[in-house]
Design a protein around this ligand. Structure first.
Ligand code: SF4
Length: 271
C-alpha cells in the first residue's frame, strides 16, 4: 500500500496488530468508539478547551465550566458510540465528571501550557515521508500525554518510561524546537476497578463520595538511543506497509478480543 505519511498512532496500531492496521487504513473500515473512548475523548476535549485559553490568560476556567464542556460534548458523542448492552452511558458520564473534576483541581493549577494539541509534521533527509502527529500538551519544556486508564500505577510508570508514542513526541519536539525536552510524562486519570471503589469528586457528588479521585503524573526521559531506535522502527514499519505485510496478532493477546478490537466479531472472522 502506498502511504504519504506515518503517525505515531498508526505505527502503534501496526505494531499492536498489523491486520488491524490493514482493516483501518488499507480497507478504510472505521469503527465507532466504545464507551470508554467516548468518555476519554470528551475529557480530552474539555481539558484542551481550558488549557488553550490558559496559554493567554494564565488562569484556569472555573471547574463548573470545564465540566459543562465535558457534559455537552458527551451528550453529543454518546449517540455515535458503540455501547455494550449492559453499559449505562450515564455511569460513564458520572465517572468522567469525577475524573475531570480531580484533574481540574489537582493537575491543572500546576500547569502553565505553552502548546496544546500541538500538531507536528517532521521531514527527514533519508526518509521520503513525514511523521505527522499531535501532542496533547507542552508545558515548561515538558511533553505531557493525558490518559484515562484502568491500569495500575506501576504499569503506567513503565509506560511513561518506554512508550513509543512519547518517544515519537520527543523526536518531534527536538526537531521542532531544536533542543531536547526536559521530560516526557503521562498524566493518568485512574478509572476505579470495582463498583465499590467508584471514584467521586467532592465538586460533583458530595453525597456519594467514597474515595478521592486518583490523578497522578509519571515523568520519564528519553535518550538519543531511544530516538534512534524509533527512527529505525519507523523505517521498518513503513517497509512492511508498502510491501503489504499484514497478519493477525497472537489470539491470546488480550487486545485481540471483542472488547478491545472492533474488527474481532466482523471482518476479522472472515480473514
Ligand atoms: S481481532 Fe485480533 S487479529 Fe483481528 S484485527 Fe483485531 S487484534 Fe488483529
Amino acid at each position: 500500500m502506498k502511504i504519504d505519511h506515518l503517525s505515531p498512532s498508526q505505527i502503534a496500531m501496526y505494531l499492536k496488530c498489523s491486520l488491524q492496521y490493514f482493516f483501518r487504513y488499507h480497507e478504510g473500515i472505521k469503527i465507532p468508539p466504545k464507551g470508554i473512548m467516548t468518555q476519554s475523548n470528551c475529557i480530552h476535549r474539555a481539558v484542551e478547551t481550558n488549557f488553550k485559553q490558559k496559554i493567554v490568560t494564565f488562569l484556569d476556567l472555573p471547574i463548573s465550566d470545564v465540566l459543562d464542556d465535558f457534559s455537552t460534548e458527551f451528550d453529543e458523542r454518546k449517540h455515535d458510540t458503540a455501547w455494550y448492552e449492559d453499559e449505562k452511558p450515564a455511569a460513564f458520564k458520572d465517572q468522567g465528571y469525577n475524573l475531570l473534576g480531580a484533574y481540574q483541581e489537582i493537575i491543572s493549577p500546576t500547569i502553565q501550557p505553552s502548546h496544546v494539541e500541538y500538531e507536528f509534521s517532521i521531514n527527514f533527509d533519508n526518509f521520503d515521508i513525514p511523521l505527522i502527529g499531535r501532542m496533547d500538551l507542552i508545558h515548561n519544556e515538558q511533553i505531557a500525554d493525558n490518559k484515562c486508564t484502568g491500569k495500575a500505577p506501576s504499569v503506567i510508570l513503565k509506560e511513561a518510561e518506554s512508550s513509543l508514542q512519547l518517544t515519537a513526541y520527543a523526536l518531534a519536539y527536538r526537531a521542532k524546537f531544536q533542543k531536547p525536552e526536559k521530560a516526557v510524562s503521562i498524566i493518568a486519570l485512574f478509572r476505579p476497578k470495582k463498583e465499590k471503589e467508584q471514584l467521586s469528586h467532592p465538586f460533583v457528588k458530595k453525597a456519594t463520595r467514597t474515595k478521592a479521585a486518583n490523578v497522578q503524573t509519571f515523568h520519564a526521559t528519553r535518550d538519543q538511543a531511544a530516538i534512534n531506535r524509533y527512527l529505525k522502527l519507523m523505517a521498518h514499519v513503513k517497509h512492511a506497509i508498502v510491501n503489504d505485510i499484514y497478519h493477525p496478532c497472537d489470539p491470546n493477546n488480550f487486545l485481540c478480543s471483542s472488547t478491545y478490537c472492533g474488527y474481532h466479531d466482523t471482518v476479522c472472522k472472515e480473514w
